[in-house]
Design a protein around this ligand. Structure first.
Ligand code: NAD
Length: 358
């Protein structure tokens, strides 16, 4: 088992990463709690909820199971969680456990942040992608006008990450999570990046998962410790995301997982960085790895102009420029303002290059 300490403005919290640690979750609670509410979704509940309840049998435990997927990150589900917590008699000495992927982590985290002005919660990530969302303290639900528009910074008291549960993820979710690991490696660690390029994401051992997730979380926690509130260096974690957010919206949410879109966004960032910094960057080796691992690469239905329009709506865009993270080199990220017409030329050349390769 690996242990990591994440620093936040209010407290430091441990992250435990290991195989089968869900069966002993009681050992990792930071203190005694009057009662516990486990929040999970209807894919995860039949697989792992009983294990958690068994490990917590000496506590008063209630559970709430919400429908799986992004649609549960809404104000109605959020309000119902509060009602159920009141029905169960949760008080300020109670604990919430978020057992699930990033959706449950964000929803249960925000519920914990607001219930009686804030009670303790633990993240138990069950997806690879949630290695990213599980730390850093960003919690949120969606507004009908946009993702994550209602939320707060509210770090958990611990993160308990059992990598055994990741084997039941389907291939798309595995690809999705590994894209964020690739991003973290590109931001900070060339050796880690090269090691990831030897990974077959559809055939992962427990040892490999523990090591990769530990490294990814080390990188994210180091960045978040420097800038918890997202004012400067934390924005580097958006590498690949300006393109990815536009692409997800363009193909329609749910058609492509977030991480699959991020992987293409990373490729686009390498395409632009290579041209802007005249620096040899691993565009081809990343593309080869994505091909070997069955990432979606066919963007023949995507128009550069439509992507450009979407990017112009990004929070960080101005009338003349679109801001994105580039790499002056591996492990050397920079914020860059690209003039609109230049961005369009890069989109056209990237989409052409990709269609020639696939
Ligand atoms: P998710 O939580 O919807 O999980 C993906 C799917 O996998 C769901 O159907 C879920 O039921 C299923 N699943 C989860 N664990 C499983 C398991 N062990 N075995 C089988 N199936 C399992 O999605 P996600 O990709 O984990 O997270 C995406 C969310 O994370 C988005 O809402 C995004 O906004 C958020 N996010 C938040 C942060 C942050 O810093 N707070 C960062 C990145 C992403």
């Amino acid at each position: 088992m690996h242990r990591l300490l994440v620093k936040s403005a209010t407290h430091s919290y441990p992250v435990y990463i290991g195989t089968h640690i869900r069966l002993h979750i009681n050992r990792f609670l930071p203190k005694h709690y009057s009662s516990i509410m486990v929040i999970t979704d209807d894919h995860v509940a039949p697989l792992y909820l009983e294990d958690i309840k068994k490990a917590l049998r000496h506590y008063r435990v209630n559970e709430v199971v919400v429908p799986a997927g992004e649609r549960s990150k809404n104000i109605h589900t959020f309000y119902n969680l509060h009602t159920q917590a009141l029905d169960y008699g949760l008080d300020r000495e109670s604990l919430i456990i978020a057992l699930g992927g990033g959706v449950i982590g964000d929803l249960a985290g925000f519920m914990a942040a607001t219930y009686m002005r804030g009670i303790d919660y633990i993240q138990m990530p069950t997806t690879i992608l949630a290695h990213d969302s599980g730390i850093g303290g960003k919690t949120a639900i969606n507004h009908e006008r946009g993702k994550n528009l209602i939320g707060s910074f509210y770090p958990p008291v611990a993160v308990i990450y059992d990598t055994y549960v990741l084997h039941s993820l389907d291939d798309r979710e595995k690809r999705s999570g590994y894209a964020e690991l690739i991003k973290e490696a590109l931001l900070r660690d060339e050796d880690f990046f090269n090691a990831l390029l030897n990974t077959n994401v559809h055939d992962l051992t427990d040892k490999q998962l523990v090591n990769d997730l530990y490294k990814g979380m080390q990188i994210k926690s180091a960045i978040v410790a420097k800038d918890e509130r997202d004012n400067n260096v934390r924005q580097f974690l958006n590498l690949g995301h300006t393109f990815a957010h536009a692409l997800e919206a363009e193909v329609g949410y749910g058609e492509m997982t977030h991480g699959e879109a991020v992987a293409l966004g990373l490729l686009f960032a390498l395409h632009v960085s290579t041209a802007e910094f005249s620096q040899p960057l691993p565009y081809s080796s990343l593309l080869d790895w994505m091909q070997r691992n069955s990432y979606p690469l066919d963007l023949s239905m995507i128009q550069a102009q439509c992507m450009l329009e979407r990017m112009r709506f990004d929070k960080k865009a101005s009338r003349e420029h679109i801001r994105m993270v580039l790499l002056a080199n591996i492990a050397d990220p920079v914020m860059f303002d690209l003039e609109i017409q230049k961005m369009k030329r890069y989109l056209v050349s990237f989409l052409n290059e990709l269609s020639n390769r696939t």
